[in-house]
Structure formats: C-alpha cells, structure tokens
Design a protein around this ligand. Structure first.
Ligand SMILES: *[C@@H]1O[C@H](CO)[C@@H](O)[C@H](O)[C@H]1NC(C)=O
Ligand SMILES: *[C@@H]1O[C@H](CO)[C@@H](O)[C@H](O)[C@H]1NC(C)=O
Ligand SMILES: *[C@@H]1O[C@H](CO)[C@@H](O)[C@H](O)[C@H]1NC(C)=O
Length: 265
C-alpha cells in the first residue's frame, strides 16, 4: 500500500464518503484516489477525482497475507463519480483481492480521458474471489479499454505465494454503458483452467476512435453472455437471441439508508 495514496480507507465498516474532490497530478503513479480495503458497508458518492492511478481501487489484502487475514470488501456502493485517470481505471477491483471482493454496486459514473472503466486485476496465487459485481449507467469519453479484466496481474509480495490459490471471478454484470472515442472495447483475460464466469454485458454502445485496434474484443478464458452490445462482442460472450438486462440489485445496502446530520450554528 503506497503511503502517498491521497486517501486510504483501511479495514473499516459503515463509512460514507461524500462530495469529495481529489486533484492529483495525472503524471504521478500510485496516487489512487480512494481505496476501500477490507471494508464492509461503504458508500462513496458525488466525488470528482483526477488521478495518475485508479480513481477508486477496491482491495482486500495481498496473496498469502490477505488469504490468512480473510477480510473481504463487501457491500460497497459507488455512485455519481466523475473520474479522469489517463493511465488507470475508473474503478479497479484488485489487484490485492485475497480477502475477497463481493457485492459491489457502481452506478452513474462519468469518466473522461481514462484508461478503462471497471478493471478486474487478479492472478494465480491471489486466491479468494471477485463476485457479485453490478455496474450500470456509465458515460465514457476517450478511453483505451471500456472493459478490462486481467488474470495475469503478476506482481507478488514475495516468493511464498501458493500457486494453487486460484481466484474465483464470477457474476460480473455491466449494463447501460455509452462510450465514445474508444480504442478497444474489451480486453478480457481470464486464467487458464480457471475461467472468469458469469459475465453479463447488456445495452452497451461503443463508438470507436479514428485508429481503433483491429481486434475489438479480445477474450480468453472467460464465459458469459451479451445482449444489445455494439460493436458485437467476442464468441465467448455470445449475443442472446432474446434481449435481457444484466442484473442490478433492487434492494438497498444498509449504508444507503444512513442520513448524515449537520449541526447548525
Ligand atoms: C480521441 O481519442 C484519441 C486517443 O485515441 C485522442 O488523442 C483524441 O484527443 C480524442 N478525441 C477527442 C475529440 O476527445
Ligand atoms: C436494454 O435494451 C433492451 C432492448 O433494446 C430494452 O428492451 C431494455 O429496456 C433496455 N434496458 C435498459 C435498462 O435500458
Ligand atoms: C489478445 O489477448 C491475448 C491474451 O492477453 C494476447 O496474447 C494477444 O496478443 C491479444 N491479441 C491481440 C490481437 O491484441
């Protein structure tokens, strides 16, 4: 965990972060905006972040240390975020995810001149899971990859990681995404013999930059479906005959019901 993160939220529960502006120099790496790390019931809303690293990086411990500690980040809602991050993601899940990441809801996000929207970063040795991820209503402008999953995010804290500790990536839902000036709609790399499963992408419209990549969707070791997605996705994410909407939970998290009270002078 770099000490120079602008904001670090570590091992917490019942936190609301509201109306924050973080302006970090985009040329300086390792300046993540907000890092919920092993946090339960967290609400991040109405924030504006300019960063040289991920605007929001969701984490839960690294390799054998994170597996042993075993504290997930769960029940997290991120909404009404505006992000500029030319070198990194709008919201990264991982790469430190060895306590697990589950039940993350992201909605109403605008990203401009950002490398990717949501990025999942993991690798063999990290164990645990990233699951039950729900994302909707993204407005994106000038982006390298809209959807990015990396199963070979190789950095390890030492030699002691367990090569049998495979992460389970499943039930990942993206819907209602409009993106302009995109270089490559999707680079999705799962892990051999440990595919990322239950990926659902619906109602997505992506227009390309003047010089897009030739291969628009590059998918390996992933399984899932798409519906009403343009340009058409890879064969591993077949278009459904009957249109569907990918899931987004109807219930609210407990932290969404918490009202902040202000003191009057
Ligand atoms: C479109 O994206 C390219 C990078 O691929 C960038 O150089 C250019 O400025 C963007 N155009 C607009 C209108 O934002
Ligand atoms: C997604 O697209 C389908 C087919 O065009 C449409 O019926 C549905 O209402 C859309 N859903 C959302 C949530 O926009
Ligand atoms: C597609 O992704 C694979 C796996 O990451 C990579 O080896 C390959 O070079 C990519 N292909 C293209 C055309 O980008």
């Amino acid at each position: 965990m770099p000490l120079w993160d602008n904001i670090l939220v570590l091992i917490c529960s019942n936190i609301t972060i509201q109306g924050l502006t973080i302006l970090a120099p985009v040329s300086v790496p390792n300046t993540d905006g907000i890092n919920p790390d092993s946090c339960s019931q967290t609400r991040i809303e109405d924030c504006y972040i300019v960063s040289g690293d991920d605007c929001i990086a969701v984490k839960s411990g690294w390799d054998q240390y994170g597996i042993k500690f075993g504290m997930p980040t769960e029940h997290l809602v991120i909404r009404r975020l505006t992000c500029i991050s030319p070198k990194s993601a709008t919201v990264a899940l991982g790469s430190e995810m060895s306590g697990g990441i589950r039940d993350v809801r992201v909605e109403d996000v605008t990203a401009i001149h950002t490398e990717s929207s949501i990025r999942i970063k993991t690798a063999v040795g990290r164990g645990a899971y990233v699951k039950d991820i729900y994302v909707r209503r993204l407005t994106l402008k000038t982006m390298k990859y809209v959807f990015w999953m990396t199963g070979g995010y190789g950095s390890h804290p030492g030699e002691g990681f367990d090569p049998k500790a495979l992460p389970a990536i499943q039930n990942i839902n993206y819907r209602e995404v409009v993106a302009e000036n995109v270089t490559m709609p999707a680079q999705l790399d799962g892990i051999a013999n440990d595919p990322f499963k239950g990926i659902c992408i619906s109602n997505v419209s992506i227009s390309l930059t003047e010089k897009p990549k030739k291969l628009l969707w590059n998918c390996t070791d992933v399984e899932g479906i798409t519906s009403n997605v343009t340009p058409k996705a890879c064969d591993l994410l077949p278009e459904q005959q009957k249109p569907i909407d990918c899931a987004f939970p109807e219930d609210k998290l407990a932290i969404e019901g918490v009202k902040l009270t202000t003191c009057s002078a």
